[in-house]
Design a protein around this ligand. Structure first.
Ligand code: AGP
Length: 607
């Protein structure tokens, strides 16, 4: 939520900032702004709307300004509506800042400041933070920041400029992410590595509660005791092209097509002599023998990957697995002990609720393992063990490739778990691994099903409500299909275990209501067919997805997508592609911005 960037160096800062904001736009896109030093003053340009609107404003109002130091922000509104006034940067007195996060006690701080005669102009918690820092400022920025953050409650990443210190940017974070790098052309800090990629593949994560001071030549980091701290450098092998659309209409479509590569990169390094191998991940087999229970906790799509993972882990190990929504898990006083393994799944590694769930698990002595895509992210750093997925940067708000690699990581985990516990023979483990490897080829093949799916997307152009039904693994997968459709096409959809429909919801099935039925599991196939007949006989338009060997009576459905030959346990990898395409083409047919759906942002760093 919200993308922030700061740059000081020898380049045109307005260009660096606006280009960086374009890379960060997936984090929030309701308004944007920049502030920069012009001689000894700070100028600010803010604009409601997308970053492209800001770029126009910058061209119109500040074409002549030459600056080499500034900060920029793209907003996902939390406190205060979408308006130019509420957009960042915010200035108060000598302080201009950008903020990602939420200051929870901003109301009481505002009252204190009002008693001292100060009035904010916006409705944001961020402006209050600027006021607090300014109030603490007596000429020493570090002292002011330190004193101010002692008063703040909540999550924040700030980049701050003080009018008295031209060319210098200060930054601090708690909860919200900030990564930085130093190049020959200056220093740069941002919410996400994608904004730094153009300048460097080496970066560091600013440690929490540490102050970074960026100048043209250097970044100095000090802790709260004013000691200088050396950051741990990290490296990504993503290239600039990986964060570009590369000829596709939308990032989402590009990312759908990147799935074979992402799967290869995630599975390949962990397949040694045809066996699952976590030596490079430093995950010892003792982890598996020490636990008697697994809890998977995550949000949204990542949680849906957990639902599929549960199925595989339980069926191979007979160890009980529960899957909890992270924002619920935190508040339900979960039963945790040292024999419980908490698996957190997160593409960004920064989702606030997932991070909080992880912290709770650690406090209660449970072991923690995370499945994360972004290297060095908070969830990765704070987990006992990390299984990195290698999807590369995922820019579209709708998660696609991150989901399939999360499935792959879950399956690898299940195979190694069962093998380490002696529940799966070497030969059987190898068989499973080969089947997992084969999914790469199948996913590749499924990418050419777009022509088959497009008409379904078009058919959904005017649809208001839709149902997904499935049983077992298909039910877990249907949850993902439903969220994908809702978030980008705005079609209301609900997902039902197919057998549950007749306990109430079938009353909503009337003439022409679309039902997407997943029937890829042989063990429940006959039951699924009965359930499909039930909705069909009430007038539903049925879009049916089956495995290759299904014999489907033409009267059963309006559209039938048959997956290529796959083992039933692996069909989520294949069916996911079809569901992603359905959501994508439905959104396109409705003329929507697929990559930037309304009200959403990619990385949810607020609770
Ligand atoms: C996916 O399409 C969603 N945009 C969303 O549910 C996402 O998966 C969720 O917010 C979790 O994000 P994370 O994987 O970065 O933790």
């Amino acid at each position: 939520m919200c993308g922030i960037i700061g740059y000081t160096g020898i380049l045109d800062a307005k260009k660096v900032l606006t280009e960086g904001l374009q890379e960060l736009e997936y984090r929030g896109y309701d308004s944007a702004g920049i502030a920069y030093f012009m001689d000894n003053t700070i100028k600010t340009i803010k604009q409601e709307g997308k970053v492209s609107c800001l770029c126009e404003s910058v061209k119109e109002t500040a074409a002549e300004d030459v600056t080499t130091c500034g900060i920029g922000h793209t907003r996902w509104a939390t406190h205060g509506g979408v308006s130019t006034t509420n957009s960042h940067p915010h200035t108060f007195g000598k302080v201009t800042l950008i903020h990602n996060g939420i200051i929870e006690n901003y109301k009481s701080l505002e009252e204190e400041l009002q008693q001292k005669g100060m009035e904010p102009v916006s409705q944001t918690d961020s402006e209050i933070a600027a006021m607090v820092i300014n109030d603490c400022y007596e000429g020493n920025p570090v002292k002011a920041i330190k004193a101010a953050v002692a008063k703040l409650e909540g999550a924040y990443a700030f980049c701050i400029m003080f009018e008295d210190f031209p060319g210098v940017i200060y930054a601090i974070r708690a909860g919200s992410p900030l990564v930085a790098t130093h190049t020959e052309k200056g220093t740069i800090i941002a919410s996400d590595m994608v904004a730094l990629l153009k300048y460097s593949k080496n970066y560091f994560v600013l440690p929490e509660h540490h102050i970074a001071r960026l100048t043209v030549d250097d970044i100095t980091i000090t802790n709260m005791e004013h000691q200088v701290v050396e950051p741990k450098m990290l490296h990504v092998n993503w290239d600039v092209a990986s964060a570009r659309k590369g000829g596709y209409d939308y990032f989402m479509l590009k990312e759908i097509h990147e799935q074979p590569e992402a799967l290869k990169n995630t599975i390949g390094p962990r397949m040694v002599n045809d066996l699952p191998d976590f030596s490079e991940d430093h995950i010892p087999d003792s982890l598996f023998t020490d636990i008697n229970r697994v809890i998977i906790t995550a949000c949204g799509t990542a949680m849906h990957a957990g639902l599929v993972g549960k199925n595989m882990i339980e069926s191979l190990t007979r160890i009980p697995v529960t899957v909890d929504i992270a924002s619920e898990f935190r508040y339900q006083n979960p039963i945790l002990d040292k024999h419980t393994l908490i698996i957190t799944i997160s593409q960004s590694g920064e989702t606030a609720d997932t991070l909080a769930a992880l912290r709770l698990a650690k406090e209660n002595g449970s072991k923690t393992l995370s499945i994360v895509n972004v290297k060095g992210s908070s969830i990765a750093r704070e987990s006992d063990y990390v299984l990195y997925t290698h999807a590369g940067p995922e820019i579209a708000v709708a998660s696609t490739k991150a989901y399939t690699v999360q499935l792959a990581a879950m399956y690898l985990f299940a195979f190694r778990f069962a093998y380490a516990k002696g529940l799966l023979s070497e030969e059987d483990t190898k068989k499973y691994m080969r089947k997992l490897e084969n999914t790469i080829q199948t996913v590749e093949e499924l990418l050419s099903y777009d022509e088959e799916v497009k008409p379904i997307g078009k058919k959904l152009k005017k649809t208001k409500d839709l149902f997904f039904i499935g049983r077992g693994l298909d039910y877990a997968l249907a949850s993902e299909g439903s969220i994908k459709l809702k978030e980008i096409s705005y079609i209301h959809s609900e997902v039902y275990a197919a057998g549950e429909l007749k306990h109430g919801t079938i009353s909503l099935i009337t003439d022409n209501v679309p039902v997407i039925a997943l029937a890829t599991q042989a063990n429940v196939y006959a039951k699924m067919i009965s359930n499909i007949r039930e909705v069909r006989s009430r007038g539903a338009k049925v879009i049916l997805i089956t495995n290759a060997d299904a014999h489907v009576d033409a009267s059963l459905c309006d559209y039938h997508i048959m997956l290529p030959e796959m083992d039933d346990a692996f069909t989520p990898f294949g069916a996911a592609i079809i569901l992603q395409y359905i959501a994508y083409y439905a959104a396109v047919s409705r003329g929507l911005n697929v990559d930037q759906p309304r009200n959403l942002a990619k990385s949810v760093t607020v609770e």
